[in-house]
Design a protein. Structure first.
Length: 148
């Protein structure tokens, strides 16, 4: 099988990459909401009739978003792990034809998800930074596609 530019791009962007990106965004947004306050919202919009209620609703939306994306990331990794061991070569996630880029992308995304879901908040923040900053920097270095 000849690897085309599209094939290589697809190999560098496994399903787990997208799950990790959405989880990192949700966790970042939740952190921003929690770091804010009703007073900050009131200062930003003096005509806001109820900044306390708006703040509480915002935090709750971000909690729900993070919970949704946490579950989605877990499900993505579980589904893709099943594909790893699939006897159907059309479903195999780590198809050798995809080359080392695919395997590296999968490992990197799964490691980021594991860190963001884990108990260590420092590791979670480092993984979020990797997902939201370094992956895109790697994309730029590799002409729009990175190892994750």
């Amino acid at each position: 099988m000849t690897t085309t530019g599209k094939h290589l791009h697809d190999a560098r962007h496994p399903a787990e990459r997208y799950a990790a990106i959405f989880l990192a965004i949700a966790q970042r947004d939740l952190g921003l909401a929690r770091a804010s306050s009703p007073e900050i919202l009131a200062a930003e919009d003096p005509e806001n009739p109820d900044p306390v209620a708006e703040y509480a609703a915002w935090v709750e939306r971000m909690v729900e978003s993070e919970r949704f994306h946490r579950l989605a990331a877990l499900r993505s990794v579980e589904a893709c792990r099943r594909d790893d061991d699939s006897p159907d070569p059309g479903r195999a996630l780590l198809d050798p034809a995809d080359g080392p880029e695919f395997a590296d992308s999968v490992r990197r995304a799964r490691a980021a998800i594991a860190a963001m879901l884990g108990p260590d908040p420092v590791a979670a923040r480092a993984a979020q930074h990797d997902v939201l900053v370094r992956w895109y920097a790697d994309d730029d270095v590799h002409g729009g596609s990175s190892s994750c």
